[in-house]
Design a protein around this ligand. Sequence first.
Ligand code: JFZ
Length: 428
Amino acid sequence: MADATWFTNDRFGMFIHWGIYSNPAGIWQGKKITHEYSEWLQSSETIPRKEYQKLAGIFNPEGFDADEWIREAANAGMKYFLITSKHHDGFCLWPSKFSTYNVVDATPFQRDILGELAAACLKHGVKIGFYYSHWMDWDGSGGDVCMGDRFLAAEKRNPEYVRPTQAEFQGYWNNKCLPQVRELIELYDPWFFWFDSWNKDINEYVTPKHQDELIDLVHGMSDKCLVNSRINFEAPSEKCDFLSMMDNSFPETGFAKPWETSGTLNHSWGYHSLDFSWNSTEQLLKYLIGNASLGGNYQLNVGPMGTGEFQPAAIKRLREIGCWMAVNGESIYGTQANPIGKVPWGRVTMRSLPDGNTRLYLHLWNVTPGTALLVPGLKNTPISATVMESGQAALVEGGKEGIWVTAPIELKGIVLPVIALELRGNLN
Ligand code: JFZ
């Protein structure tokens, strides 16, 4: 196991889904593709490999600026950055020695995207991690295809996409998967890997032995690099360093291990030109706060366009989140889960202070300004209560049920206000 303290302290990261599917962006031969996610294009439309791989020949994102991406992430308050180094289609965003189906050898762009992003992350103090599709690889090298067409009647399926034999998968595992994960560590020194699976179909190919082999490879090469539990979602090894929930899945309770939810700004992970189901900034912040109140992380995905630029709706939300984090980030970073149980008026995070006192962060979600809120069960002497964004003092008094905090009248202009409640001593 690697030390995941940094992961828990950082709480909030950017996820990027970007690849040759970002140009079609959910449209194929003039029609919206069947699958909900644009990055599933090849599978969704069972496109013959040679035809799909022509997309590499038009991948030339002249608007790509790694520094701009990482600056947007850092300004949004994101402490780490995760990108699809290789998604299910098998296309690689770095000049891999183990597959010429990559951005330098197969596209007119011919730049090392991961290398430029790793340099920008170092410059901005953001930790880099890689999503790597270890199970599925649709490039014909033996990864599982598990194509959408398997739901089609046999005569309608694309005969190219036959699920591999165990031997073929082992060939992919030995000649592409393991060497590429090793290569990514050697070239870019990542802080974590995000492997992907979601049901027991993976067990036909990735056995517990395969899982241990991959985890041991990562832990053997790097003292710091973490591995997530979606390496086998339904049967993760104890050696995994953090738990990954299902997409956009926000649990009601936390876990003993570090954990995270990865979610989308709208619906599709990869850029989809017809996906207008944008989450509001307030909802996105509630996902972050909610997970932090249970001791978990939130990884928020951006699907850059084929040009390499973020959509305006994405930029707007990232910058609005960044404004909230600029004044309230202390209530998220390095905090512990809510120690007092559910409250009707919002969420709670906690920080133990060096002087032995305790600070509770009261995230006011359902509060009428001027009303008194009960922070139940506390016997500590309250020292102060302050609205973090405005610095305004809030009335606080101890009572037999706990501590009463009165939300100031002037809260109405503040989005998702947070009151920092300082208590004497440790919680008792
Ligand atoms: C998986 C990927 O397939 C997807 O493209 C994206 O990378 C996401 C982060 O991870 O998404 C899935 C796939 C299938 C299910 C759920 C999420 N499923 O069957 O419930």
